[in-house]
Design a protein around this ligand. Sequence first.
Ligand code: SF4
Length: 444
Amino acid sequence: MDISNKLETLANSAKYDVACTSSGAQGNSNGSGIGNTTLGGVCHSFAADGRCITLLKVLMTNICINDCKYCVNRKSNMEIKREAFTPRELADLTIEFYRRNYIEGLFLSSGIIKSPDYTCELMLETISILRNEYDFYGYIHAKAIPGADNLLIEKIGRLADRISVNIEMPSQNSLSLLAPDKSKDLILKPMGYIKQAIEENAYLPAIRRSSSNIPTIIDSQIARLNKQKPFAPAGQSTQMIIGASPESDCHILKLTENLYQRYKLKRVFFSAYIPVSNDSNLPALDTKPPLLREHRLYQADWLMRFYRFKADEILDEKTPNFNPFIDPKCNWALNHKEFFPVEINKASYANLLRVPGIGVLSAQKIMKSRRFHSLDFYNLKKLGVVLKRAQYFILCNGKPAPNFQIKQDMILNDMMSKRELTIYKEAFTPKQIELFSHQELLAG
Ligand code: SF4
């Protein structure tokens, strides 16, 4: 089988996995030519230091023994072509792409061929060839297959930079309904193992430094630890499919918070469900992927990771879903008017972070600058504060922004796009009742 055909099929099958952030762009209309990345399944991910890394995103195989209803690779789907790379083919392809400067790393996932262990062995062999034979030290993100032996996950984790297990559905009920071969425990078990292995990384340098002073650690253990590479130094992540099952945004956000706390994940990725199956338990085939909902979840996730928000401050049982018209931080601010206005020259760092229009960087700059002089609105603009948003919620030395008067229409005008504002007004403007067309009124 021609490698480029395999690549086309297996990169196409991998496109539903969103644990990296974007797909390649079409270089020209017929999809050919130098530098075109569409057919090759190239995607981008971000390193811990913020660098954007180009990755070859591909499956080892799209053959699968499981039948997850939301997945294009499910065994009952007879409409797709099935392919499988050998470890040597995939390692060679990766290194060739790397040498031509197409990619900087590999994002490797797989359908389950024969068994989770067998699949992991194929993935392990691919990564081993890259690391040990080709001396490839570019970024590798590998998916751990739930149900595989811990020893295999351990070996993959020692070679890859990041490792992830997909949680797939937001609840056990949805898993039972849509992914009958999977269960919460099956997925959380490897996540727990990975978390523990990553935490042990922290002890390696300490043991290396002080090994001669620790008589309780026997020599062979020290030698083993000294030889070990850190386990998945870029951490672990997961992916959740949104919109294939009925859970609310609040449920999803609380689960996300829980995953961050219990498994110390670096990222939870949300994937808007793209209908691929005509199953009665799934949205109809012509349903649009819930992209706005996915976007709101990422915004809320950002608030939890960088802005010190808790999930239940963003959504609760009374308001279980995001406001489609306004981002979660502004929505929180509009619902917590008692918290505002915030005095810029006195507020704590945590309180500054709550102000719409003030980001992490601008909050840090405010904290530093105000040690030397008190800040006014002109200074804030210079520090990168988005005054268009922030002006409604702040005071500088007890004074609001010049010529400022709070009106709800004014705030909404500034915070929504024209299109959103039109839909919002249509939805919330009271309608005139046509008196003579209502039989009840006439009868009355
Ligand atoms: S195990 Fe993975 S590849 Fe296989 S059907 Fe389920 S989601 Fe798809």
